[in-house]
Design a protein around this ligand. Sequence first.
Ligand SMILES: Nc1ncnc2c1ncn2[C@@H]1O[C@H](COP(=O)(O)OP(=O)(O)OP(=O)(O)O)[C@@H](O)[C@H]1O
Ligand SMILES: [Mg+2]
Length: 213
Amino acid sequence: MISLQDVTKAYGEQVVLDRFCHVFTTHSFTAIQGPSGIGKTTLLQVIAGLLPIENGRVVMDDQVTNTREQALHPALRHLGFVFQFPALWPHLTVRQNILYGLMRQPHTLREERLAEIISSLEIADLLAKRPAELSGGQARRVSLARTLVTQPRYLLLDEPLNNLDTRLKDQVLTIVSDYWHKHQATVIWVTHEPGEVSGLSPVVRTFCPSGLV
Ligand SMILES: Nc1ncnc2c1ncn2[C@@H]1O[C@H](COP(=O)(O)OP(=O)(O)OP(=O)(O)O)[C@@H](O)[C@H]1O
Ligand SMILES: [Mg+2]
């Protein structure tokens, strides 16, 4: 469960979240739509603990994670974030990027997770490449792989189908759907085309500064 309670987030004078309230229930799949520049990415970044807030609080399960005074470190939130613009480590190979979040795990587990994810996302032949050598669609799949290998409880996806062709879109939808069910994850999917996830029966909501309607 992720609960936002009266959360205010502003960039200088521009208030993007204005006493924002919403509860994402456990194992829910929510698609969020809304015009460009309204605040969808900002909302995800607040939930991930990547941005400070001015007012209110965020609670994840039983833990208060964000207030004006303090924020739980993003790495401690059991959360995976597929960014709108894949932010891969440029100096690391694809293999190293994917395994980054599993650095402290046993070797066998790392290799098992890697093998599973590269086969389902068809990126096995990219492992030795660096991000600058990838196409937009390849980078997006690597970004998804890097997130899913850590098996997050909360999965935030910011327009994850950008730069993918129809076949790869279907593939990503299947992978996210399987992940959602298998891990009982709570999924938040930001999109400009909510129809793209209609097969997953999401709760579709429109972003407003004070909440989702
Ligand atoms: N780091 C920042 N500093 C200042 N203003 C910002 C910053 N990030 C976002 N904004 C502004 O906040 C508003 C909301 O941005 P956000 O990226 O959350 O929108 P969005 O709904 O995700 O848009 P899009 O659909 O185009 O991705 C925009 O007006 C944007 O210019
Ligand atoms: Mg955005």
